[in-house]
Design a protein around this ligand. Sequence first.
Ligand code: MLT
Length: 263
Amino acid sequence: MPTISIGDIQLNYVERGSGPVLLLVHGFPLDHTMWKYQLDTLAESARLIAPDLRGFGHSGVTEGTVSMEQYARDLAALLDALKVDEPIILCGLSMGGYIAWQFWRKHAKRIAKLILCDTKAVADAAEAAATRLKTAERVKQTGTEALTELMMGKLFAPGTSQERPADVEAMRQVILRTPPRGAAAALRGMAQRPDSTSLLRSINVPTQVIVGQHDVISPPDEMRGIAEAIPDARFVEIAGAGHMAPLEKPDDVNAVIRAFLSR
Ligand code: MLT
């Protein structure tokens, strides 16, 4: 997997296929491997770029707080380093979506289309932000096992652990391998992320909103609201999937993405 030097950090990324650039931005506390079924099959339709964000996977780690804006800056710098100057299709899941709002805010001209999977536009309520900060401390002190306890039960639909035990276990292993300081920095960044609701109406590129039917972190009704607020957005609910829809129901999600790419 190639590594590229971006300012103060080394980013690992996977690149496959040719055609329009589809940048795949993973969720928390994961890495590019959550896109394995997109990387396997969408390379016929697009040039896929899937980085490990700062502090995740095999990328370099930053202490303290990493803001959603910082991750967005890293993505823009990655595109520069890969000499991508045409507008891209940006696809983010959950925290990847929080980063997409910031990318839109700062680099709207670089986006041709948006795909938002299982994400939210609102900021954390005060209590949720405080819990994140506590979790950041716990993770820093005791490691990311705490995150498997907190998150594994919320990531997948009820049937997924029976239908795809290997994928569920792979994500648990990814969380366990995530550098604790990287995860803690992202938790602090998410706790202070701005509310992006008022940004939605300014998104003037074709947008595809995708949500798993059983997503308990960013539920379908909330995501339908996001799609309704974006002028040119389509909304799709993926039956039988949870928060990790692209991994849980890859054929269904890939069909939606393919149709959207050819739109
Ligand atoms: C994610 O999947 O990226 C996280 O669930 C986001 C969050 O904790 O808000």
